[in-house]
Structures are given as structure tokens and as C-alpha cells.
Ligand binder design. Structure first.
Ligand code: ZN
Length: 450
């Protein structure tokens, strides 16, 4: 029973079914099944293919050319400028003018929302475009992303496609009500520097190894301030700790085994927070190191999840490493210099390796806003009111699609020099999230979507 989804391109079975699953999750459609659609005798449902059988009733989505010989070739990336249907960007279409037309029994979407969604959530442009712009941390730069070039980090394109399909299904009576629920917020903190006065820490570490005595260190004050704010609103959050690293410039700020850190982790967990792993700088490109750190982290925990330090990942290699280490979820997908829906979606989804055509079954809660992206950025002329407005617009989008707003605020971004003026941005965001969103831990969010 449920909704029948027919498609005719069996060569791309995995990609097509994965894309539909991702779209359906955006409006909480769980009851469906797939079938290769040939001949006649179709049940009312969805048909995805080059042409629609005469006797088919339901939603027909006309397929485009990504799932063909051009797959994974550079010329399969959409050319600019893209077309639009209303305000929805059309990334793949075999028609000149995008349209949605309806008769009594059939709605035809003549552009390919399946391939468009697949392109966004698999990071397809990052895999296929070898000339994509990178930055000084060897990360793909947001400016290289197609969705950024068409100014669509501010609206979740996949959710827009899903809404269009949901609307068509409602009108045809395939489903009976629109998906609406209180939006969810995932609040997280990457612990890069947990101690006051980092240089003292290095001195302490040196003395400790020489003298073989414990020298106490004071924790950075951001932890207490953040906890106080979260307690005020009865919010629990996720804290991602580093367990190693080998880059002398970007790692080595603490050792997870230290007394102060262990005590901190214990108190966070006792308060109901979730503790995850902040994969070190080189983990994004060094799969051996990723595995090694994951094993350290796994010693005390049955489930592992977290985020890349410096949001440094490489698709699909990092995702393969996540799969091998059995990550429950990752929350790295985003760009440090541009907030918003970089992968076109505000609904958690499973990471799909587009090269091997394999669903890794690792969940992703895409990152939408990080503190340093909107506040105190050297590249942007942003003031407090603007920063609040930018975040508010993104929260509104997530609300509109009943998605998950993933918000990262570092413990060090409270008391850091020059950051006092940005504190209202943190507090006002927290106030809205507490009032209008359901604030959940990552693990709880994944349970909702599994
Ligand atoms: Zn970090």
C-alpha cells in the first residue's frame, strides 16, 4: 500500500530512489514503494521518466539528462543562468520553459526535481568540478557552489521542490494533509579552546610532563555563560570535543583526557547535554587519522557523531570515512564564510556517495548558521541588527518548511576580544529558538527521522 512511485531508468535505481526518499522526508511521507514502470496498468501515484504512459493517473515528473552517460562528467553541471519556475530555480530540465500543468487526473511537472535534489544533497558540483574554487584551508569555497552563484543559500531549494510535489499530491488526493509541525532547532558548540589564556596551557603541559604533578587550569568562561542561557530556556545542546589531531597550527589546544575536560564533559552530560566528537583539522582529508580518532572516541561511547574542525571535509571521501566509522550523524555541511542552505535543504538527510552510488546511511544535520559567519566577519560589513535580520530570515525559512535549524555557537565566542557587541545576536537567537522551535539533541533529531 502507500504511494506507488514508478520510474523507467533502472540503470540509476539507487540514485533515483535515494533522491525520492530525501524529498519525501521533507514532508514526512513514509508510506511509499518503488516499481519499474513499464507498459500499462499503473496505480495512481508518481511517475518519473522521459514520457508519461497514456493511462497514468497522478503526478508525472519529466526526467532530464543527469542520469545518463553524462553522469559525473563536468558538462552535466547546470549552466548559468538557470531557469525559474515561480521563485524555484530549475537546475535540470529537458524543456525550454519550466511549467506545472494539471488536468483532472494528472499533474505534470516538466522539470526534474529529482535530479535537482540529488545534485544539491550529494555535493555533486564539489565532486565533479575539479576546477571548483578552494580556499586557504583547502576547502571548497562557498563561491564555487552553484547554489551560491544563483543566490540560493537563502532558500532551501530541495524543500521547495518537495513542497511543490506535496502540493501536487494534495490536489490530486494522493495525500490528505500538508506536513506541518513545530520546527526543530539543533544547538551545538565546537570546543576548540576550552581554557583561559591558551599560552599558559602550553606552559602547564610542559611543566606537567617535567614535574609529574597536576597543575590545575581554569576553564574558559563561555561554558558557564552558555549553560546559564540554556538553563534559562530549558534547552539542551550538543558539545563537540576534539580527541587528537596532528596539525601544529590548528589542533593541540587540549587533551580530552585532562581532569578539567573530563569533569566538564561529565557535568555537561549530567545536565542532559550531548557530547560528540570534533574531528581534528586533518581528518577532513586523512581517512586513516579519522579512523584512529573515531576509535579513541568510541572507547567510552556507543554512538559517535560530530563535526569537522574548520568544517574541513572532502566529498565523498569524508563520507566514506564516516560510514566506515559508523557515525550516527555529522553536522559539518556548511561554509564558514556563508550562512544558509548550502546543500539546498533544512531537513536531515542521509549522505549518499554519488561516485559509488551508495547510501552511507550516515545522517546529516546541515549547518545553517555559525557565529563567526555572521558576526565579526572581516569580509562583510555586518552590524548587530543586520546579523539578527539575516538569522531571522533563515529561521523563518526553516519554520516555513518544518525543518531543522542548526545553530553553532563556540564557547569562545562569548568572551573573546571584540565579541561583546555580538552577544545580543546570540541571546536574541536563543530567545526565538526557545519560543518558536523545539530544541532537541542531535540523537533525538535523528530518532525523529529514522
Ligand atoms: Zn573547530
Amino acid at each position: 500500500m502507500g504511494i506507488k512511485v514508478y520510474y523507467d531508468n533502472r540503470d540509476f535505481k539507487e540514485c533515483i530512489e535515494y533522491a525520492f526518499e530525501t524529498i519525501f522526508r521533507c514532508f514526512n511521507l513514509k508510506n511509499y514503494s518503488f516499481e519499474i514502470g513499464k507498459g500499462s496498468g499503473f496505480e495512481k501515484g508518481i511517475f518519473y521518466g522521459e514520457s508519461c504512459p497514456n493511462d497514468f493517473k497522478g503526478v508525472f515528473i519529466k526526467s532530464s539528462l543527469l542520469f545518463s552517460d553524462s553522469y559525473l562528467k563536468k558538462d552535466s553541471i547546470p549552466r548559468l543562468p538557470v531557469q525559474y519556475y515561480e521563485d524555484i530555480p530549475v537546475l535540470f530540465s529537458s524543456e525550454h520553459a519550466p511549467s506545472v500543468t494539471s488536468t483532472l487526473d494528472r499533474t505534470t511537472i516538466n522539470f526534474d526535481i529529482v535530479q535537482g535534489s540529488f545534485f544539491c544533497v550529494t555535493g555533486y558540483d564539489e565532486i565533479v568540478d575539479d576546477d571548483i574554487e578552494t580556499d586557504n584551508h583547502s576547502r571548497v569555497s562557498h563561491t564555487g557552489k552553484l547554489l551560491y552563484k544563483i543566490n540560493r543559500f537563502e532558500k532551501p531549494v530541495v524543500n521547495m521542490y518537495a513542497r511543490l510535489l506535496e502540493k501536487s499530491m494534495l490536489e490530486l488526493g494522493l495525500i490528505d494533509k500538508r506536513f506541518q509541525r513545530k520546527p526543530i532547532a539543533h544547538i551545538s558548540h565546537d570546543v576548540d579552546r576550552p581554557f583561559r589564556h591558551q599560552p599558559y596551557y602550553y606552559i602547564k603541559r610542559y611543566l606537567q610532563s617535567k614535574l609529574k604533578v597536576h597543575i590545575p587550569m581554569r576553564l574558559e568562561p563561555g561554558f558557564k555563560i552558555i549553560k546559564r542561557a540554556e538553563e534559562k530556556y530549558s534547552i539542551n545542546s550538543s558539545w563537540f570535543f576534539m580527541v587528537g589531531g596532528n596539525n601544529p597550527w590548528y589542533d593541540f589546544c587540549y587533551d580530552i583526557g585532562e581532569q578539567e575536560i573530563q569533569k566538564l564533559i561529565k557535568s555537561l552530560e549530567e545536565s542532559g547535554d550531548e557530547v560528540g566528537w570534533h574531528y581534528s583539522y586533518e581528518c577532513g582529508t586523512d581517512m586513516y587519522l579519522f579512523r584512529k580518532e573515531s576509535q579513541i572516541f568510541k572507547v567510552e561511547r556507543s554512538k559517535i557523531f560530530g563535526r569537522n574542525h574548520y568544517l574541513r571535509y572532502r566529498i565523498p571521501y569524508s563520507w566514506r570515512a564516516y560510514q566506515k566509522s559508523n557515525l550516527l550523524y555529522d553536522s559539518s555541511l556548511g561554509f564558514s564564510k556563508a550562512e544558509g542552505f548550502a546543500y539546498g535543504i533544512c531537513t536531515p538527510f542521509e549522505l549518499f556517495d554519488a561516485v559509488n552510488r551508495v547510501n552511507t546511511n550516515v545522517w546529516e544535520i546541515p549547518l545553517i548558521v555559525m557565529d563567526g559567519t555572521v558576526c565579526d566577519s572581516a569580509e562583510r560589513e555586518m552590524d548587530v541588527e543586520n546579523a539578527k535580520k539575516v538569522i531571522k530570515n533563515l529561521m523563518d525559512e526553516v519554520k516555513n518548511y518544518s525543518g531543522v535549524f542548526s545553530f553553532l555557537w563556540h564557547n569562545t565566542s562569548i568572551k573573546k576580544k571584540g565579541w561583546k557587541k555580538w552577544r545580543p545576536v546570540y541571546y536574541s537567537t536563543m530567545a526565538v529558538l526557545a519560543k518558536e522551535f523545539e530544541c532537541l539533541l542531535g540523537e533525538e533529531i535523528i530518532k525523529r527521522y529514522e
